[in-house]
Design a protein around this ligand. Structure first.
Ligand code: TRP
Ligand code: ZN
Length: 885
């Protein structure tokens, strides 16, 4: 909790550290009612900062200082200064050691930052600035040190003692205690430190690297979860091989460990050699985890593993550079997931997510550049912009340089900066130097916030056989009020003739055509590209594969969109044409609703989806994606002023019309796929994900018909499925149906069956929190009283409150403001014990500018109430104060 006034920190104020820590020797003595941390820091003056011996200011928070020794002399109270966040000493020579002993309280640490207990297990989370809650230190990523760690704990309760690197010694101690010492040979910043002590079992495997070194792989879990580790282990081995093949990166220690913990603020953490994971990002087996959960585990295991190079071997100079490791690593894990599954489906899902959530962040009060230039609390900047938009920025470099050029750049980056803490500029410089290109203008993607708009218009000259596309880019104002300069926007495009064939693309001035799909770079505010030898008026396919994170507009009519849906050679754009068609149709319904007219669905949407549904040659996962209407959250994001009820009613009306009009086709595909599911044991692979995805979206439409045969099918699927993907969808359609009796029975039997599995109970909470039937808030409040709910557990809060406020828009935005009041009360409560979770749950209230004046007033009033509630953490303070500014 903050007592000092929160302070803004600026990138422009960056200075290299005054002192360095060559070696860090830690001893942890873990007890039930406190822990002791002894640190010996082998330090010296940073030669980069020149001569002189300024005071040494160590970071430290919530530490009880027991003793401090400088250069072998124990200091007394007058020899140092202690504040809430610092310990200041005066060194007398260029090289010296500092020894400190502190007492800390992991057993009461509810913020889940620093050393804390999850259940009976001790574990750590140090990124970004949690190490200072463990010991006094230079807690900044440009101070890299060689760590040796000894953990001492009671043997019976904590048989497993882990830290980073390799185990070098262990043995028994006094009073039933034991100890283990770990040594990490690689220099690392403190945010990558980790420690675990607990009664854990592990699944073991091994991996032979490209130079034939053997690496032991271990996944540690609580004993009851030992049967849920195989999917993560398979994912880890695939990731290790993929990083060798695609990036030439080999693992560097003799052992790689993952530990699953139940109480974790985020998904997972890439601590050197000892990744700590939210159990939701490790545990997966058919009976308890959905296909989406399996894919998430695979992606997060890969993400954290890839950090070993993009983050650990080469790390960030300061936290403004966070996207250096996160954007690049998300780009890497997305490439991996694309190669393991369907690349087009992965791209569709990522883009839908980016457009809905990152674009909303870019348009809100917390908007910031991929490399922010100021912050109050760095924990607030683990954002969609830093992660997902950061990945898009790396992806654009990949598009501009091609796969080969990009690999040359990444090789140079890793080689040049191995063992260093560097900046986003260093990353781009390596890309430039390896390819002999100038990315100066491109770098505006790192420094300018906001989502660029790209308006495209066309003109065809039949006599000259030329076709011109004019691009106009702009970028809306963001809270920093900085005027935006033009971005480099790579636009991959193609032109279709009237039969749907691709036209060879030759720009005016070029000697010959260069393929039928190519990337042009829009670099000016307004720019025209003219194609020659164009025999007939073409239809453009623009921004293929979503080649830049922009809002592109082109005046397509609905027939043209239907044409692209069928003929575009780019799978992503076929899907996107369908989304644009759906958006046009839904916006028409929204307008009808607002004018009090009766709703009429454009029959072209029905016929377009009928064509998709009857095309047996299409990837079934693509069919499922194309059948999915744009979400209410996306329709909100693209609205000037979001009309909550109209959006919900229009979308529900469209869903019901589609269900009625496509009933036969949906029913056929449902039955065919369900029959196959019954005959096939569960397999976590793309083709099976695809079959179940189509089966499940078909069931959710069919259920809208209210027909008894569909209810019977849903009940059959609920009761007989051997996997959570089918069972949970069946539960969800029942929960959203009017069949009260069947719904209650299904919910009760599910809870009874899975009451001892917290991750499955999270799904049970989420399904109910997401139900858009009236009375949502009352249901959520009642569920908070359920014995399986626990407000101290972040997964539970996300499952219930996050799902309600983030996805159940019609209930959360109830016109009486009850949803807002509920969320504000919760944020105030969470702020008292877990500021990071409090601040994240706050996000829906920060979007108040999107709504009508009545809702705006209600939302603002709740933000004001939070601000006035006193004792705000810097996390919550920053988000609330910026939202009200
Ligand atoms: N670096 C982690 C990642 O892989 C993010 C993370 C994990 C984190 N735990 C955290 C960030 C706690 C802030 C606070 O993306
Ligand atoms: Zn990461």
């Amino acid at each position: 909790m903050r007592t000092e006034q929160p302070k803004m920190i600026y990138l422009k104020d960056y200075q290299a550290p005054e002192y360095l820590i060559d070696e860090t020797h830690l001893t942890f003595e873990l007890f039930e009612d406190h822990s002791l941390v002894h640190a010996q820091l082998v330090m010296r003056r940073n030669p980069e900062r020149g001569p002189g011996l300024p005071p040494l200011v160590l970071d430290g928070q919530q530490l009880e200082l027991l003793s401090v020794t400088l250069a072998d002399r124990e200091l007394s109270a007058g020899d140092y200064q202690l504040t809430e966040n610092t310990l200041t000493l005066q060194p007398a020579s260029e090289s010296f050691t500092v020894d400190t002993s502190v007492r800390i309280h992991p057993e009461t640490n509810t913020a889940l930052e620093g050393l804390y207990k999850s259940g009976t297990m001790f574990c750590t989370q140090c990124e970004a600035e949690g190490f200072r809650k463990i010991t006094y230190y230079l807690d900044r990523p440009d101070v890299m040190s060689k760590f040796t760690t000894t953990v001492v704990a009671e043997q019976h309760s904590y048989p497993v003692l882990l830290s980073n690197g390799n185990p070098i010694a262990s043995g028994p101690g006094e009073d039933g205690r034991h100890w283990a010492t770990w040594e990490d040979p690689f220099m690392k910043p403190a945010y990558l430190f980790a420690l675990v002590a607990g009664d854990l079992w592990c699944v073991e495997d091994s991996f032979t690297t490209m130079t034939k070194r053997n690496v032991a792989l271990r996944i540690y879990v609580e004993p009851e979860n030992i049967d849920k580790c195989q999917h993560a282990m398979n994912s880890l081995k695939k990731s290790m091989r993929w990083d060798e093949e695609v990036y030439g990166r080999e693992y560097d220690l003799d052992i790689f460990m993952i530990v699953a913990v139940n109480d974790f603020n985020m998904g997972a953490m890439e601590n050197k050699g000892l990744n700590i994971f939210n159990s939701s990002a490790v545990l997966a087996r058919a009976e308890t985890a959905t296909d989406a959960a399996h894919q998430r585990v695979e992606a997060i295991v890969a993400h954290e593993y890839f950090h070993n190079w993009s983050g650990n071997r080469v790390t960030c100079r300061d936290w403004f550079q966070l996207s250096l490791k996160e954007g690049f690593t998300v780009f890497r894990d997305a490439g991996f997931s694309s190669d393991m599954n369907s690349a087009t489906v992965k791209r569709i899902q990522d883009v839908a997510y980016l457009r809905t959530h990152q674009f909303a962040e870019d348009a809100g009060p917390m908007a910031h550049a991929v490399r922010p230039d100021s912050f109050i609390e760095i924990s607030n900047f683990y954002t969609l912009t830093v992660y997902e938009k950061g990945s898009e920025v790396v992806g654009m470099i990949h598009t501009l340089l091609g796969a080969g050029g990009f690999r040359k750049g990444s090789d140079l980056y890793f080689e040049r900066h191995d063992g260093q803490a560097v900046t986003c500029d260093d990353f781009v410089k390596a890309m430039e130097d390896a390819n002999g290109v100038d990315l100066t203008q491109f770098k505006r993607w790192y420094s300018q916030a906001g989502t660029p708009r790209l308006a495209v218009s066309e003109s065809y000259d039949a006599a000259a056989k030329t076709y011109s596309l004019t691009f106009r880019q702009s970028c809306p104002e963001t809270p920093d009020k900085v005027e935006k300069l033009p971005f480099v926007i790579p636009v991959e495009l193609g032109l279709l003739d009237s039969k749907g064939n691709e036209i060879a693309l030759r720009l005016a001035g070029e000697a010959s055509a260069q393929g039928t799909s190519r990337v042009i770079s829009v670099t000016e505010a307004e720019q025209t590209f003219t194609f020659v030898d164009i025999a007939e008026q073409p239809l453009p396919s623009l921004l293929r594969g979503f080649s830049a994170p922009v809002k592109l507009s082109f005046p397509y009519n609905r027939d043209q969109l239907m044409f692209l849906m069928q003929h575009d050679s780019d799978g992503f754009n076929r899907w996107d044409a369908g989304q644009q068609l759906s958006v046009q149709v839904l916006q028409e319904l929204i307008a009808q609703q607002q004018k009090g007219e009766s709703l009429v669905l454009d029959p072209r949407l029905v016929s377009a989806l009928k064509t998709v549904l009857s095309d047996e040659s299409l990837d079934q996962a693509m069919v499922a994606e194309m059948l999915s209407l744009p979400s209410e959250a996306y329709l909100t994001e693209i609205s000037e002023v979001a009309d909550v009820e109209a959006i919900h009613n229009a979308r529900e009306f469209a869903r019901k019309q589609l269900a009625d009009n496509l009933f036969e086709a949906l029913w056929l595909r449902y039955q065919a796929n369900r029959d196959l599911s019954k005959q096939t044991p569960y397999v976590a692979e793309a083709e099976h994900f695809a079959r179940r995805a189509l089966q499940n979206i078909a069931l959710s439409y069919l259920m809208l018909s209210g027909k008894p045969e569909v209810l019977a099918a849903a009940l059959e699927q609920f009761e007989n499925s051997d996997n959570m993907t089918e069972r949970l969808t069946a539960l969800a359609v029942l929960v959203n149906s009017p069949f009260e009796e069947q719904k209650a029975l299904a919910l009760a039997s599910f809870a009874e069956h899975f009451k001892d599995n917290p991750l499955v109970m999270d799904q049970w909470f989420s399904v109910q929190a997401g139900s858009t039937l009236p009375g949502g808030l009352a249901r959520v409040k009642a569920l908070m009283q359920h014995p399986a709910f626990n407000i101290k557990n972040p997964n539970k809060v996300r499952a219930l409150v996050g799902a309600f406020a983030g996805q159940n828009l019609i209930n959360f935005h109830a016109a009486d403001g009850s949803g807002y009041r509920f969320l504000a009360d919760l944020v105030i409560e969470l702020n008292g014990f877990n500021p990071q979770i409090a601040s994240r749950q706050l996000a829906p209230l920060t979007r108040w500018r999107k709504y009508d004046t009545a809702r705006q007033a209600l939302m603002k009033a709740e933000l004001e109430r939070i601000l006035a509630s006193g004792q705000l953490s810097s996390d919550v303070y920053e988000v609330v104060s910026k939202s009200l500014a």
